[in-house]
Unconditional design. Structure first.
Length: 598
C-alpha cells in the first residue's frame, strides 16, 4: 500500500512538472509571437555587430545571434527580428518614437530591402563595446558607445583607463560596477588621464536628463588639472551612491536640476582650493549644489515659480589634499549656492576641509559661472528707477516686483540671475574639521542634532550679517578654534545645544583661554534666541573635565537687537556667564547660573 501510494504520488508529481513545462513552452511561444517572429524561425550567427550588418538576410531569417558586439567573443548579443520599419519605443513620460540606431541591427534582405532587428540586451556591459581593463588602453570611446546605446552599462571588475570624458545623454542611464574596491579588494575602478575636462558628465545643459544613476565605482582623477569628478548638468532625479572618489580636482557639481540623491560616498584628497589666511583665490569643493535664475513669463511679466532643487545626502565623507590647519586650505565639503532650495537628511563626516558646509550666493565665490537662460528668454542689464522715473545704474537687489527690479517680460536680469537665497537646509552627523557650517548669505537654514562638532580654523557655526532665518537644534559643540557659534544675521534660534571649551585640545587650551566665547552675538544680529542649552563647561564630576576656556557663555555686542535667552545652564565661564553690551535689547528668562571661573 505504501509502495503503491508512493508510486502514485511520483507519477502525479511527474505529470505536474510536465504540465508546467508545457505551459511555460506555450507562454514562450505566445511571447515570441508577440514580438513578430515564430519560435521556429531561422537563426543565423555572426561574430560581431559589424559582421552582422554586412550580411544579406533573407526573409526567412527571424533572429541573429552574435558572439560579441564590438569584438567576437566579448559579450554576446542576440538580435530579434522586429520588422521592415525602424523599431520604435516609448521612453517614460514620452510619446512613441524611433529607437536610436545603437538599439538595433540593420540587415539587408534579398540584397535590397532593409530588415530591422532589435538588440535583446537593454543594458550591456562595456566589454561588448570594446573596453579593455588593460594598462595604456583608452576606454573613453568604448564607455561612451555603451552609454549611447541608451540604457546604461555595467562595468565588470577591473581597472579602466579613460583619457576623455564619459558622457551620459540618454534618460534612465545607469553606469554601475561591482563595487568601489580599494585596499586590494578589487572592484570596478576608473582612472582618468591628464586634462582639464570633467571625468563623468550627466546631461548636456540643454535637454533635461532624467532618472540617471551612478553606482558602485571608484573614480580616480589624480592626473586631472581641472574639471569635476562628476558634473550633473540639468538633471531630474539623479542618484549617486556607493562611490569612492580619489584625488578629484573638484568633486561633484550639481547644476540646474530637480531631485538629487547622494549617499555612501567617500571623497579623499580634494585638490582645488587656494588662498591665504585672509581669504581664497579659489575654492575647491566636494559637492557644489546650485540652481538656475528666476524667470519672468513672457506677455504677463509675472515671475515664474521655479522648481525646487532638492538634494538628499547621507553618509558622506570628505577630505582635502591639505591639512585642516593649513591657512591656505580653502576647500569645502558641501557648498550650496545659486537657488539651492533644499538639502535634506545630510550626514557628513569631514576631515581636512576648510568648511564642512558653505552656504552662499555665487557672487562672492564664483562670478565666472555660466547662467542658464532658457529658450525664449534673454539676459538684460539690471537697472533701477528713482521716484522721478529716472533710471540709474545697475544694482543688486532681491526685492522682486519692486521698482529696483526690472520686470520686462521674457528677460533674466544679469545681476540677479544667480543671487538667490538658499532655503530649507537640514543637516546632521559628525564633523571634525576646519569649520562645520559657514552661512554666508543663506536663508532658511536648519541644522538638526549634529552629534559632534569640532573645528580647526574658525567657529563651529558662523552666521553672516546677510543671512537670515537660521536654526540649530541639539548636538554638541566642543573645541571650536574660535567661538562655538557666532551669530550675526537676522532671526536665528539655538535650542538644546551643548557648547563647551573653545579650544583645540589640551596643549592649546592655555593659548585660547579667555579669548573666545561659547556663543557670540554680533552687532548686526536681529532677533536671536538661545533656549535650553548647556553652556561653558561640562558639569562638575564629569570624567576628564578639563576646565573651560570660554570667556563668556553668551557674549552680546552693542548694536545687537532683540536677543532673548531662557532655560539655559551655565557653568565655568571664565569672566562671566553673560556679557551684555546691548542693554535693553537683551532680555533674559529663567536660567541656571553656575559659578563663573574655571
Amino acid at each position: 500500500m505504501t509502495q503503491d501510494t508512493g508510486f502514485f504520488l511520483t507519477r502525479r508529481a511527474i505529470s505536474h512538472r510536465m504540465f508546467l513545462l508545457l505551459y511555460r513552452l506555450a507562454c514562450i511561444c505566445v511571447t515570441v509571437s508577440c514580438f513578430g517572429f515564430s519560435a521556429f524561425g531561422k537563426e543565423v550567427a555572426a561574430g560581431t555587430r559589424a559582421e552582422a550588418e554586412g550580411m544579406i538576410l533573407g526573409p526567412e531569417v527571424e533572429s541573429v545571434r552574435t558572439t560579441g558586439y564590438t569584438e567576437a567573443g566579448k559579450g554576446g548579443a542576440l538580435y530579434v527580428f522586429s520588422g521592415t520599419a525602424i523599431p520604435q519605443y516609448q521612453p517614460r513620460g514620452e510619446k512613441m518614437q524611433d529607437r536610436p540606431t545603437s538599439h538595433y541591427l540593420v540587415g539587408k534582405a534579398n540584397g535590397q530591402d532593409r530588415r530591422y532587428y532589435l538588440l535583446a540586451e537593454e543594458r550591456p556591459d562595456v566589454l561588448q563595446f570594446g573596453a579593455k581593463p588593460e594598462p595604456g588602453f583608452d576606454n573613453t570611446q568604448s564607455f561612451n558607445d555603451a552609454l549611447a546605446y541608451g540604457k546604461g552599462a555595467f562595468v565588470p571588475r577591473g581597472r579602466y583607463e579613460i583619457q576623455g570624458t564619459i558622457l551620459a545623454r540618454e534618460d534612465a542611464t545607469v553606469l554601475y560596477g561591482t563595487g568601489p574596491g580599494g585596499n586590494n579588494t578589487g572592484g570596478s575602478e576608473l582612472f582618468f588621464g591628464p586634462g582639464e575636462g570633467d571625468c563623468i558628465q550627466f546631461g548636456d545643459g540643454v535637454n533635461q536628463l532624467r532618472w540617471g544613476k551612478l553606482s558602485r565605482l571608484t573614480i580616480d582623477a589624480k592626473a586631472r588639472t581641472g574639471g569635476n569628478a562628476i558634473f550633473a548638468f540639468f538633471n531630474f532625479q539623479l542618484v549617486i551612491e556607493e562611490l569612492r572618489i580619489n584625488n578629484p580636482y573638484n568633486g561633484i557639481r550639481l547644476f540646474r536640476g530637480l531631485g538629487f540623491m547622494i549617499r555612501d560616498v567617500v571623497m579623499s584628497r580634494i585638490r582645488a582650493g587656494d588662498g591665504t589666511a585672509d581669504g581664497p583665490t579659489e575654492i575647491g569643493y566636494g559637492i557644489k549644489f546650485g540652481g538656475a535664475p528666476e524667470l519672468y513669463e513672457m506677455g504677463t511679466s509675472n515671475k515664474v515659480k521655479r522648481d525646487t532643487h532638492v538634494l538628499y545626502v547621507e553618509n558622506l565623507s570628505f577630505g582635502s589634499a591639505k591639512l585642516e590647519t593649513d591657512p591656505t586650505n580653502w576647500t569645502v565639503g558641501l557648498w550650496c549656492t545659486e537657488n539651492a532650495a533644499s538639502v535634506n537628511g545630510a550626514t557628513l563626516k569631514n576631515q581636512n576641509v576648510r568648511y564642512g558646509v558653505y552656504i552662499s550666493r555665487a557672487k562672492n565665490v564664483d562670478p565666472s559661472d555660466r547662467l542658464m537662460v532658457p529658450e525664449g528668454y534673454r539676459m538684460v542689464p539690471a537697472t533701477w528707477t528713482d521716484s522721478a522715473g529716472t533710471k540709474g545704474p545697475a544694482r543688486k537687489t532681491y526685492a522682486y516686483g519692486s521698482k529696483e527690479y526690472p520686470v520686462e517680460p521674457g528677460t533674466v536680469p544679469n545681476l540677479n540671475g544667480r543671487f538667490q537665497d538658499l532655503t530649507l537646509f537640514y543637516l546632521g552627523g559628525d564633523y571634525l574639521g576646519g569649520e562645520y557650517v559657514y552661512n554666508d548669505e543663506g536663508s532658511g537654514v536648519a541644522i538638526y542634532n549634529p552629534h559632534f562638532m569640532r573645528s580647526y580654523q574658525g567657529n563651529c557655526v558662523y552666521m553672516g550679517p546677510e543671512s537670515k532665518d537660521m536654526s540649530i537644534y541639539g548636538g554638541q559643540v566642543i573645541g571650536a578654534y574660535k567661538n562655538g557659534l557666532e551669530m550675526n544675521g537676522k532671526r536665528w534660534h539655538i535650542s538644546g545645544v551643548q557648547i563647551y571649551r573653545p579650544s583645540l585640545d589640551g596643549k592649546n587650551r592655555e593659548a585660547h583661554k579667555g579669548k573666545y566665547s561659547a556663543i557670540k552675538v554680533g552687532a548686526t544680529s536681529v532677533g536671536g534666541d538661545v533656549i535650553n542649552c548647556k553652556i561653558g563647561n561640562e558639569p562638575p564630576g564629569s570624567p576628564n573635565r578639563g576646565g573651560s576656556t570660554a570667556r563668556f557663555g553668551i557674549d552680546i555686542a552693542a548694536g545687537a537687537k532683540g536677543t532673548w535667552y531662557h532655560g539655559n545652564r551655565f557653568d565655568g565661564c571664565l569672566e562671566a556667564n553673560v556679557n551684555n553690551e546691548a542693554g535693553e535689547q537683551t532680555q533674559a528668562g529663567t536660567n541656571r547660573m553656575g559659578a563663573a571661573g574655571d
